[in-house]
Design a protein around this ligand. Structure first.
Ligand SMILES: Cc1cc2nc3c(=O)[nH]c(=O)nc-3n(C[C@H](O)[C@H](O)[C@H](O)COP(=O)(O)OP(=O)(O)OC[C@H]3O[C@@H](n4cnc5c(N)ncnc54)[C@H](O)[C@@H]3O)c2cc1C
Length: 433
């Protein structure tokens, strides 16, 4: 552990879009706070292993890091287009939905301008309470580690956790988690593509999961020059379209956050269930049509490179040397089949459980795992640091919480909470300011 102990008003853990939006909000408020953001990656990247060719954003470019809060901000997507000299050509495309590559480039452009706020190659490995006068907890020590294994300890008054989700590995694969043939979608490009390119025969691949990532990966593999044989395996009967129609889309409006928060617990749950088909286990309608067309053409030409195993669950998985054997059973019952694959890609999503984050070490000081409306987690009396969560409040704040939809507004609400102990009226920053 290094001897130095730097002191901060705020430490942000993670520097994805959520904390990037917060860094900008703090800068635009000219907040008199010593803030630093610690990011595990060596440089900024937004889901780099899923930056697939031909994948587009699922949110309007207007919902960038700043515009909902401050349309005059120099960190908007339009400012980015202007800086890159692509404004008119983007307009000519007549779309609200840039490619994911372009939005990553936009985020990276914004992150470059905020680089004084962020220290990269700093994976936070622990958060510890610091005792102050009269037995209260006055501050937190944040311990991070770089890729060489060197640790740094920093002290902070407040903390903002925005570390994204943890890849879900279904129970049936738990014993094979470290098997090289089992790959979560979050590692797709850097792991699978080199294996495809290096293989001297077409690989046999299973893609598990019927959400957007599963469909995108299936489509990407189907278009890969290495021509792998791919089984697309999922429990539901059909790929279902994501509902992005206008009335439904209003659930992603910033004002809907308070509406959800103000509901009783059962009602919030009912709202999440009612609108789950905007985000979970659903696929962009155009992609569904493309995949349907591919299977249709395969029937016409008589090929068998692609298998559609719907209504199918993985009942068991076992290592067979470098390969993996799967027992596949119909969800409705009946005889199953056994197949062996070179690669099994788990497009099985992410989970976000506060108790499994870095806050586990502070458990005795936290009052549960939910936050107040301002994203501040409840703490016991005598615990002074404020801890804010970004992306871990879906149960209380609604479906927009894990997405980009309300990023600038949430960032500003958290900025106001961070500033509250330092000034009388942190208020809201508007475009006019
Ligand atoms: C493939 C894909 C596409 C998506 N597309 C869309 C879309 O089109 N529209 C939309 O609204 N949402 C989309 N999402 C949802 C996504 O959650 C948000 O876009 C966004 O990434 C959330 O930002 P975040 O900063 O909260 O989390 P993340 O983007 O996950 O960033 C978290 C950051 O924290 C870092 N980190 C993690 N642990 C530590 C640690 N211990 N110490 C230091 N750093 C750490 C990570 O390296 C990462 O950089 C998509 C998600 C995926 C997976």
């Amino acid at each position: 552990m290094s001897e130095q102990l730097s002191r901060h008003d705020v430490i942000g853990v993670g520097f994805g879009p959520s904390n990037l939006a917060l860094a900008i909000a703090l800068q635009e408020r000219k907040a008199p706070l010593q803030a630093v953001f610690l990011e595990a990656r060596p440089s900024f990247a937004w889901h780099p292993d899923m930056l697939l060719d031909n994948s587009d954003m699922q949110v309007s470019f207007i919902k960038d890091l700043v515009t909902l809060r401050n349309p005059a901000s120099p960190y908007s997507f339009l400012s980015y287009l202007h800086a890159k000299g692509r404004m008119e050509r983007f307009i000519n495309r007549k779309t609200f939905y840039p490619s994911r590559q372009e939005f990553n480039d936009y985020f990276t452009w914004a992150a470059m301008q905020m680089q004084d706020s962020c220290q990269y190659d700093q994976r936070v490995v622990g958060v510890e309470p610091v005792a102050g006068a009269e037995g209260c907890i006055s501050q937190l020590d944040v311990i991070s580690e770089n890729s060489k294994g060197e640790q740094i300890q920093r002290r902070t008054s407040d903390l903002v956790l925005a570390v994204g989700g943890k890849p879900v590995v279904p129970e049936v694969f738990a014993g094979l988690k470290d098997h090289p043939a089992i790959i979560h979608s979050s590692a797709y490009l850097s792991t699978v593509k080199p294996r495809l390119a290096a293989s001297d025969r077409p690989l046999k691949i299973a893609v598990i999961g019927s959400g957007q990532s599963g469909a995108e990966i299936f489509w990407d593999l189907a278009n890969d020059p290495a021509r792998p044989q791919v089984d697309f395996i999922f429990r539901s009967h059909a790929l279902k379209p994501a509902d992005d129609t206008p009335f439904v889309n209003e659930i992603f409006d910033a004002s809907f956050t308070s509406f959800v928060f103000d509901q009783p617990r059962e009602q919030r749950r009912a709202l999440l269930a009612e609108y789950a088909n905007t985000n979970y286990s659903v696929v962009d309608g155009d992609l569904i049509s493309q995949i349907y067309g591919l299977f249709y053409e395969q029937d016409v030409t008589g090929g068998d490179a692609y298998g559609l195993m719907r209504g199918t669950r993985v009942a068991a998985a076992e290592a067979r040397g470098s390969q993996v054997g799967l027992s596949l059973c119909p969800v409705q019952g009946g005889a199953g089949t056994a197949r062996t694959y070179d690669l099994v890609i788990l497009a099985t999503g992410y989970q976000r459980r506060v108790g499994e984050t870095l806050l586990a070490g502070l458990k005795g000081y936290l009052e549960g795992t939910e936050t107040d409306r301002s994203y501040r987690i409840g703490t016991v009396p005598g615990f002074r640091p404020q801890i804010f969560l970004q992306g871990y409040c879906e149960d209380t704040h609604g479906l927009s919480d894990t997405l980009l939809s309300v990023l600038p507004v949430r960032a500003d609400e958290i900025a106001a909470g961070l500033l509250a102990p330092h000034c009388e009226d942190p208020g809201m920053l508007t475009a006019a300011e």
